[in-house]
Design a protein around this ligand. Structure first.
Ligand code: KG4
Ligand code: ZN
Length: 400
């Protein structure tokens, strides 16, 4: 190639490409930031539905020895992690800060100190980059996690829907509708009506407390999920009937189930030796299901199985009843407990019988992540352009 040709080549190549880039459709890329509890997360999502990257730094190893989230330790870990996690999310998407169109950050609900880390970082970053900052309700994020997942299978869940958000901090039922804009139902923004919620423990909290009582480690959900099937069909004198609640059938209560397990364990001193053995195993770092299964008697496995079935029955039946009551043909299930195998199986089977479609996020999108925050932010981008930055972290933020 001649020197002249070399000099000409970049012009010939760059110019049409630049014209093409300027006129071609460019997706809106939002950086999502999540720090409401014990995961520091950042993600980049295009047009509210394509996940370009999603990074979650979990603090499980920090909180495990306390058997629950310690707020002060959570805030400090978020402070350490937020910058590297955001950088990793950008690097994984092959983007730099200048490629981002807006930032979405979890405003609440959650732990105030933990939320403040994400909100403060988001505000500073948005000011520095001169990009819009969208405050996101964490619960709305969990709802968008279902839509992100459905999008991967080219599905769009229909609304109105009944949505169950079930995690370590929440057990809530909402009626979800499309917001009317200029007379049309917008597929982009939802409005919510609270149908009910837990009157005491969240379902995930009950899992964590029962796991603690039985020395199964923290968090309790995943390990109980894995051990429960081994205890199915074991016959003993323990049973848990449906929970009776006065008032709204859309409310939940899990503390009775948890207390029944506690009283049963207290009434049977023979559980003590195996609990001590499992404590020992956990201290030695042997916390996988394969490590703990040989240390569980058939009676313990049965207890675990019956506990899980009772929790799942409450969640499935009350949600299906809410769908029947409201006439919704769609159920959305999200939050950490949505990862549960028995919950998914039972929902799928019972919803099919009721002719209702049920949608879950993948396991990774069920627990806290920032892709769901970026997705929710996208649908509020137009509000953010006109609203002020005079807002702060809100630990008790409600969806409805
Ligand atoms: O949504 P999440 O990550 O955090 C919040 O609480 O917001 O949910 C964590 C909760 C914990 O209580 C954990 O025990 C529970 O979700 N969990 C599960 C499973 N995986 C996580 N519960 C039942 N089965 C699971 N597979
Ligand atoms: Zn959550």
């Amino acid at each position: 190639m001649s020197r002249r040709a070399v000099l000409q080549f970049p012009f010939a190549a760059v110019l049409p490409w630049k014209i093409l880039k300027d006129t071609k459709y460019m997706p809106t890329r939002i950086l999502g930031i999540e720090s409401s509890c014990d995961e520091t997360a950042a993600a980049i999502v295009a047009d509210g539905r394509e996940i370009l990257s999603s990074v979650v730094a979990t603090q499980l190893d920090i909180h495990r020895k306390y058997g629950g989230v310690v707020p002060e330790l959570a805030s400090r870990a978020h402070l350490r992690k937020i910058v590297p996690v955001v950088r990793e999310a950008l690097a994984n998407a092959g983007l730099s800060f200048s490629d981002i169109d807006a930032i979405g950050v979890t405003r609440g609900p959650g732990l105030v100190g933990a939320l403040l880390v994400g909100v403060t970082y988001g505000k500073v970053l948005a000011a520095e980059l001169r990009k819009p900052l969208v405050p996101v309700n964490h619960l709305e994020g969990h709802i968008h996690a279902v839509f992100l997942e459905a999008h991967l299978s080219k599905l769009v869940p229909e609304v109105p829907a009944v949505c169950l958000i079930v995690s370590g901090g929440h057990t809530l039922l909402y009626y979800v509708e499309a917001r009317q804009q200029n007379g049309d139902a917008s597929p982009r923004q939802f409005i919510y009506r609270r149908l009910g919620g837990t009157r005491d423990d969240a379902a995930g909290e009950a899992y964590d407390k029962v796991a603690r009582l039985l020395a199964l480690g923290y968090p309790g959900g995943p390990i109980i999920d894995q051990l429960a099937s081994a205890g199915a069909r074991i016959k003993d004198d323990f049973s848990l009937g449906p929970v009776k609640i006065k008032g709204s059938p859309c409310d939940f209560s899990f503390s009775g189930i948890k207390t029944a397990v506690l009283y049963y364990v207290r009434a049977h001193p023979e559980f003590a030796a195996e609990i001590a053995a499992r404590h020992q195993a956990l201290q030695e770092g042997r916390r996988k299901a394969a490590d703990l299964l040989p240390l569980c008697s058939p009676r313990t496995l049965s207890l675990i199985s019956k506990f899980q079935s009772a929790v799942v029955r409450e969640l499935v039946e009350r949600t299906l009843a809410a769908a029947a009551d409201t006439g919704a043909r769609t159920i959305l299930v999200s939050g950490g407990v949505a990862a549960n195998g028995e919950l998914r199986d039972r929902f799928t089977a019972q919803a099919a019988r009721a002719n209702v479609n049920v949608f879950f996020p993948s396991r990774a999108l069920s627990t806290d992540n920032a892709a769901m925050i970026a997705a929710a932010a996208y649908f509020h981008l137009s509000d953010a352009a006109t609203s002020s930055r005079e807002w702060d972290a809100e630990p008790n933020l409600r969806l409805a």
